[in-house]
Ligand binder design. Sequence first.
Ligand code: FBP
Length: 560
Amino acid sequence: MEISPLQKARYAYQPKLPPVLKSGIAGLGIEKSPAALPPEGDRERLKALFPSTYGKERVTFVAQAGGKAAKIEGPGRELRVGVILSGGPAPGGHNVVAGLFDGLKAGNAASRLIGFRGGPGGLVDDKNMEITAALVDAYRNTGGFDMIGSGRTKIETPEQFDAALATAKKHGLSAVVVVGGDDSNTNAALLAEFFAARKAGIAVIGVPKTIDGDLKNEDIEASFGFDTATKLYAELAGNIERDSASGRKYWHFVKLMGRSASHIGLEVALQTRPNVALISEEVEANKLSLGNIVDEICASVSARADKGENFGVVLVPEGLIEFVPEMKALIAELNELLAANEAAFNALASAEEKRAFVTGKLKAERARLYSSLPAEIQTQLIWDRDPHGNVQVSRIETEKLLIAMVKSRLAEMSKAGTYKGKFDYQAHFLGYEGRCAFPSNFDADYCYSLGYTAFALIAAGLSGYLSSVKNLAAPASEWKAGGVPLVSMMNIERRHGSDKPVIRKALVELDGAPFKAFAAHRGEWALSSDFRVPGPMQYFGSPEVTDRPSETLLLEKGRK
Ligand code: FBP
């Protein structure tokens, strides 16, 4: 296979590790401290659901140096470890595997790493491949999950749990590492509990992945992939802004990936200063309707038209549709209706028949809202849910819905004499192009460190932990490594009509520093053409440019 010059150059990049892991794990000490507690009302139920793994302490690796911290027993043990990449790809996944592999081999050259292909289903169905040094070398510092593939299978039935255990035993595994987001790590917690209850002696360790940036808390400062994906989207959004200011004839509506939380949209807004950036969490908090959102966009369009500037940029978070209260209620009713009438619905051949079927079953008010939407959006709203029951928001063209609504509102305003501009538009969706990009230096370092830390947790005989690398807003020379108990991050949520233990999703906090920084400036950005163009991500050069973390992280950690 012919590789690009950049890929070749990136092979030579040596990712940075937290200092404590730089000389391997021999002599490494472990400090324990109380972990955060789940919400008070859920503790008893979680304790009952996770009798073997509830109540574990947070661990931090420290240099032993003759200190009092407990030591890792037998650090050079021969280990066999399985690894699964789960859910949507995120830049840096291959470096998690590389860090895990290098750690294992540094501990004992005879240790082996087995990749389960195509996500969690690979463990259930025993689709495996040996991860060799040559394979790892071919993927170092590259984007994608194609080394072993990924998938969204949810391990939930007793048969699936039994099959996963049988596979792990067959391969003589000491541990399974699950690289995934909140749903996948919820699965990891359940698997850890199941293996512990069966006294299988097989550890389960999670690694926090998702470009969405919503798997974070006081111990997990960022999920990997967010940094790279947002740098790439910010480059593209900035270029679109400059194009709009050059051509002076289009309003660009840019939908940005991120299933639920608006962290991606917020980060890109902070980097590019668009005229409008919608934040789903604010829409929900202020109970804004689609009409209110359209008003906000039209206010900017109209004020800019008054200055003769019939162009601009609107950022739309992918998950918006589910945060608009009226749409949220509609989607909830659709979910129930589709689940209850699965066979009859699936038997219908055309999209038109399917739309008519659901319209006939919706309550009057929601049927009215559903019918008022463009036919394509109606169809997109009834497409299959993913295996975790989520609406596939990446397939709903919210940016086009907003364009249609803005256009018709402007026509009304024009008639009433309150708008005198010209509205031409372009729609974009930035999503899949960011998930497999070459990881930024930050993600290359972070992922390698997370993989190496996962190995250290396994070597320390721990299970039910999420690999944690902290102090990320500082240079890697100040990073810290450890683990957070998965159950400590859980709560009980209502999913598909029943209570389920799940890892809490971190939404944008409206009293958090990143949102406040955005809110302080957006009024001025709504009118201005003084866009900020970040340019392409840099891999070589001054660390101030190449290693700069996201604005979100810098603001959250008070470094800005
Ligand atoms: P994860 O939560 O698995 O990391 O996936 C995130 C994501 O990229 C979302 O932003 C997006 O809505 C979704 O995956 C798209 O999923 P798919 O790859 O199945 O189309």
